[in-house]
Each structure stands twice: as C-alpha cells, then as structure tokens.
Design a protein around this ligand. Structure first.
Ligand SMILES: [Zn+2]
Length: 257
C-alpha cells in the first residue's frame, strides 16, 4: 500500500492510501477537500473511502465536499461518533474491519483526546490522529489522564516496534523540546530534535515516527523513567509516582509549556 502525506490547513496532515492492485484510494482525516482532490487527480486514483480518526473539524472538514463529488464514498468513524462526523456511513465497533480496494485493516479504540478517537492499522502502518503525536499526545478534551495513558501504552504501545505511526499534526519540534525539559539526559531526544530541526529546515515533514522511537523519546510513554519521575516530583511534590499520576502531571505541564 502506498501512503502519501498531504499537508492541510496550518499544520494538519491528511494521508492518501493507495491500493496498488486496484488503484482505489482511501484518505485519512481530510481536513479540507481541495488538497486531497488535487492529489487524487495527480495520482489518477479512485477515492472510495474516508477514514476519520475523530470528529474534530480539522479532521473531518473535507468530508461533505468529497462526498458530494464521490457519492459512493464510505466514511468510517467510531460508532460513538454518530452525529458528530459529517456524512459518516460506517460505524465501527470492536472487532470490525476496514476494507478498501484489495486492502484490509483494523482499528484500535483509544479514548482520551475524544471519547470516540481511533487509530487505523494497515499492516505495519498506523494512523493515530490526535491521540499520539511524535514525542507527544493530544489534549484531553473528552477523556481522563488514565484513559489516555492506557490508549497510548496499552493499546497503541502494544503494536510491533517497527510499526510506522502517521499522526495528525506537525508538532514534533515543540514536543521534543518539552520532552527534553522533563528528561534532559535522554540523548535519543536531543538527537531526534537535531534531526527534526534539519528536516523541517529543508521543508520536509517529521511524519511518520515508529513505535520504537516513541518508546525512546515520548514522555507520555516513559512514565517509569526515573529522570521524568524526578521532574514530576519537583513540580508536583504530592505525586505518588504511579504511572498514571506521572502521566497526569506531565499532561498538565505540557498544557502550559
Ligand atoms: Zn483533535
């Protein structure tokens, strides 16, 4: 399966997935229709499917216009997002699969950023929306720190180490700077920050990351690190240093970083 990154709005990513056998395509989180339509035309593929990771406007903003152009479109989202994702036709529940062209995939329900947030998984590629960003995670709009901790560590974090993670926003540089602020001795973080700065200076994007890189650099997946625990303790002396409490304080610190 071919994956094309489509920058949208200010810092959003949509992704065009192309089935090489049939030429059918799916688009993950079309923030807006125009750049997606341009890419479809340029690649000469047939759009059959929209995969929405959650209901926020900057992830579903192109749904209506694309549905008007391609009336047969299947539009996937979590069952609990019924009424919140424009034009949704497929309402995913645990165990359901996703098909377009000759491709089949699955999904993980990972509440925290929103209650219906999901990650799509096609082989070794996963699309995490605003749940996992490189070196970070989404804000907790509709979930608790404990839910988000589980979503990142028990659900997404259980994917194989080499899984490539395609995320929803180009926030990597700021996220890595925050990560360094709570774990300054972690050279994986400082090395990645240097790499990402060079990448961004050349006009490229930092997506995708991988599970193994996130386990090394994402503070929200490193709540057992002794250096992170010491940072948390210094800003929140009453913290009991259970993984979920460390996560809660980290998220609060990031909210004001
Ligand atoms: Zn969002």
């Amino acid at each position: 399966m071919e994956i094309i990154t489509i920058p949208c709005l200010q810092d959003n990513f949509a992704y065009l997935l192309i089935c090489p056998k049939t030429g059918d395509a799916a688009v993950v989180d079309p923030s807006e229709a125009i750049p997606v339509k341009k890419e479809i035309k340029h690649r000469n593929v047939k759009l059959t499917t929209i995969l929405n990771t959650h209901h926020h406007w900057d992830h579903v903003g192109g749904n209506k216009e694309l549905k008007a152009d391609y009336p047969e479109l299947k539009i996937y989202g979590h069952a609990s997002d019924r009424g919140r994702i424009p034009e949704q036709t497929e309402f995913l529940e645990d165990g359901d699969d996703i098909r377009f062209g000759g491709q089949s995939g699955s999904f993980l329900h990972n509440p925290g950023h929103t209650s219906g947030a999901i990650t799509y998984v096609f082989g070794k590629s996963a699309f995490t929306g605003d749940t996992l960003f490189a070196a970070g995670c989404g804000r907790l709009f509709e979930g608790t720190p404990a839910q988000m901790h589980d979503s990142l560590n028990q659900r997404i974090g259980q994917l194989p180490d080499q899984t490539e993670l395609y995320f929803g926003h180009e926030y990597t540089e700021t996220n890595l700077r925050f990560a360094l602020s709570v774990e300054s001795g972690n050279t994986e973080i400082s090395n990645k920050l240097a790499d990402v700065k060079a990448l961004r200076a050349s006009g490229a994007f930092s997506t995708p990351t991988t599970i193994v890189e996130e386990k090394q650099t994402n503070p929200f997946m490193r709540c057992t690190s002794s250096e992170i625990q010491a940072s948390v303790k210094s800003s929140d002396p009453g913290n009991d240093l259970s993984e979920k409490e460390v996560f809660r304080t980290l998220r609060e610190l990031k909210d004001v970083f």
